[in-house]
Design a protein around this ligand. Structure first.
Ligand code: BG6
Length: 494
């Protein structure tokens, strides 16, 4: 791998603090940063190099998996420099170009990480281009764009048009950090490295699929962004639809970036669009009120800092989707996400159909339970297969048992998604980044819903913090015996 210069715009902000700096440090620990790689942290604040080093130390100390290693940190620190500048001021760009021109230690391969306001992506890229900072004469130039890519279909399209004036698709790395999670990548391995389930992985055997992401945390200090976004844009348009593509895609021709992305985009394009008069039947939104999380009292969304008092932004969103292709026709996919929910959990739960004949029904009171495959993404990484077995004893009673594979050995902490993704940028591997047609197809799925919700601004249902969300969201299910899988305990749910 060739060395590069990582320029982080927005380096004094939250993303850099909690994700980027720790991820780059962990790459240093693993010896994966190519010799000569440099990191230019850029922000508006007047930090000296010493201040940057202090801040970086604090950021890393808070996140380092095995504590901060002084020798490794010394190597890491030697790569760091600070560039003060305001991205909205035109002078900043020639100054940055001059820095490159006058310091030969900065490798000519440059990755610009946009840890900045999404509204500024287009302008910053345009300015970089105007000042020849995207010129590839002395090495590659790549731009990493955080989500959200646009605010809706139209603005995503406008942003794309603007970027394409200055960049080729191979230079644009649209990040969805879910794709960098080891356990998310495991969905592909589970599906395509094991032959056992493939014959069952379709409409003939699968009743429905649920994809849940729930969080304990509230909106915290992010209301400025979140109140304009809401759960549908923040989680479903990006992370949950990406998870859905991995569960539903056809085997790709190879694991190369384009082959993979071709299959993922086909799934998104096959999702049946939701007409405006079906939005209520296929979606549900709500907002958290006060409640208790792990015994602690928590505020209502409307009482969080910077949330407008009459906000109807959803902090919970659920939707039912159909993928109109041969494999999945008629199988509902239920997606759900919420803040301030009972547990932190990301799980894909696949419910199989009931056996065609209930042979054992007369011998027991309860109906046979279906088989489930549960793919735990976080906090625990597991693969569980729930099956029915006979209980010991003379009577013909059955019960559920779970074949349980924990996917992480012992207490080995997971690597963070950003580590893989930041390294992939240096390698030029786009397989875990979004191609524009994927982003566009995902907006097409959620856009009709957002349009209806945008018109209904008078009222939003609520759910108490610390709960599993609003009970009424159950109405998305097609049958009475279906319900959200809230707990991984098979004894408590069907
Ligand atoms: C981010 C969202 O993209 O993903 C956040 O903006 C959300 O609102 C986060 O909390 C969830 O990511 P993770 O990795 O903590 O599951």
């Amino acid at each position: 791998m060739e060395p590069c210069t990582y320029v982080i715009f927005g380096a004094t902000g939250n993303l850099s603090k909690i994700k980027l700096m720790p991820a780059l440090y962990h790459l240093e620990v693993a010896g994966l940063l190519p010799e000569g790689t440099k990191i230019i942290a850029s922000g508006r604040r007047a930090w000296t190099l010493e201040k940057l080093h202090q801040e970086a130390r604090a950021m890393i100390r808070a996140k380092a998996r095995n504590g901060l290693d002084e020798a490794v940190f010394a190597r890491f620190q030697a790569r760091l420099s600070y560039f003060q500048g305001d991205l909205s001021v035109a002078d900043m760009y020639p100054a940055l170009a001059a820095l490159f021109a006058s310091h030969s230690e900065y490798p000519g391969n440059v990755a610009f990480y946009m840890a900045i306001r999404p509204a500024d992506f287009g302008t910053v890229v345009e300015n970089l281009s105007t000042h020849q900072l995207l010129d590839e004469t002395h090495g590659w130039r790549r731009v990493i764009i955080e989500k959200p890519f646009g605010y809706d279909l139209e603005s995503a399209h406008a942003l794309q048009q603007r970027l394409m004036r200055y960049l080729r698709e191979e230079q644009i790395f649209r990040i969805d950090h879910y794709l960098g999670k080891g356990t998310v990548r495991n969905v592909q391995v589970f599906r395509f490295a094991n032959v056992m389930l493939e014959p069952l992985w379709n409409r003939n055997y699968i009743d429905h699929v649920q994809i849940t992401h729930s969080e304990n945390l509230g909106v915290g200090s992010r209301a400025d962004y979140y109140d304009g976004a809401g759960a549908m844009r923040d989680m479903i348009q990006s992370h949950l639809l990406q998870l859905l593509t991995l569960v539903a895609m056809e085997p790709p021709a190879s694991m190369e970036a384009e082959a993979l992305r071709n299959e993922k985009v086909k799934v998104l394009q096959s999702i049946r669009s939701i007409p405006s008069d079906a939005v209520h039947a296929q979606t549900y939104r709500a907002q958290y009120t006060s409640g208790r999380i792990q015994g602690e009292k928590t505020k209502a969304y409307l009482d969080e800092d910077n949330v407008p008092p009459c906000s109807v932004t959803e902090t919970y969103a659920a939707m039912k989707l159909y993928i109109d292709n041969w494999r999945w026709a008629g199988v509902p996919f239920y997606l759900r996400t919420g803040k301030r929910m009972a547990e932190n959990q990301s799980v894909v739960s696949i419910c199989f159909k009931a056996p065609p004949k209930q042979f054992f029904r007369t011998s027991q009171l309860q109906k046979m339970r279906p088989n489930w495959v549960l793919l735990g993404i976080q906090p625990c990484a597991y693969l569980k297969l729930e099956m029915t077995v006979k209980e010991p004893g003379m009577e013909m009673h059955t019960r559920q048992t779970t074949l349980d594979a924990n996917l992480r050995e012992g207490d080995v902490p997971a690597t963070d998604a950003y580590e893989d993704l930041l390294l992939d940028v240096i390698k030029g591997d786009q397989s875990l980044f979004l191609r524009y047609d994927e982003v566009e197809a995902a907006w097409r799925v959620v856009d009709p819903v957002l349009r209806v919700w945008a018109m209904e601004r008078d009222y939003i249902p609520t759910y108490p913090a610390g709960s599993w969300g609003p009970e009424e969201s159950r109405r998305l299910f097609e049958r009475e015996d279906q319900n959200w899988r809230d707990s991984m305990n098979p004894a408590t749910k069907n």
